[in-house]
Design a binder for this molecule. Sequence first.
Ligand SMILES: Nc1nc2c(ncn2[C@@H]2O[C@H](COP(=O)(O)OP(=O)(O)O)[C@@H](O)[C@H]2O)c(=O)[nH]1
Ligand SMILES: [Mg+2]
Length: 190
Amino acid sequence: MMRIVYSFIHLIGDINLSIDSVATKLILIGDGRVGKTSLCSHLRTKTIPGTYSLTVGLNIEVHETLFQGTSVKLVLWDLAGQNRFGCVRSDFYLGARVALIVFDVQNRGSFFDVKHWIRELKRHSPNTPFILVGNKKDLNKREVSYDEANLVAREFSAQYFETSALEGENVEKLFQTATRLALKGTAVAY
Ligand SMILES: Nc1nc2c(ncn2[C@@H]2O[C@H](COP(=O)(O)OP(=O)(O)O)[C@@H](O)[C@H]2O)c(=O)[nH]1
Ligand SMILES: [Mg+2]
């Protein structure tokens, strides 16, 4: 049954499950170990796993939230850490209503790769809006400044959020903003 629902989401991006309920697809992309799985985990359980485990293949999770009085099922597609841009299958992007492009503020390499992830998203799904996310803001060994990352986001007319999946800072707000973006243009958002 879930598989059928997911293939519908594949086809049309979001579906009205009933008059006051909707499901929408959100994808997380970015280099491995930047905190994509932890962000999803914090959103759902308010904690992140104690031990690091590499995401194998793909995680698909559903998070139910309320948005403007409507029950929204956010279908989170969390890409495996070992995937590189250029190797991600195009059906991962299919029907995505919003993307989170995540990097680690204490890892300059992951920030450098952001432009490749943006290019990849535009190639597969040109109309999918994205939010740039600088994660691990709780750490003091910062290698990327807020202003520098914000500038890249603005270059693409995107928003920039800094988060800590560890402490939960800005996580709820990030996903609320992502939900708003995902539902923009669909009937339920109005
Ligand atoms: N300090 C800190 N560590 C984090 C944060 N988010 C994730 N981590 C750690 O970074 C590692 C990689 O996280 P993970 O979510 O698996 O990254 P992914 O490969 O992008 O899914 C794990 O050891 C996490 O505990 C954060 O906000 N702050
Ligand atoms: Mg992961």
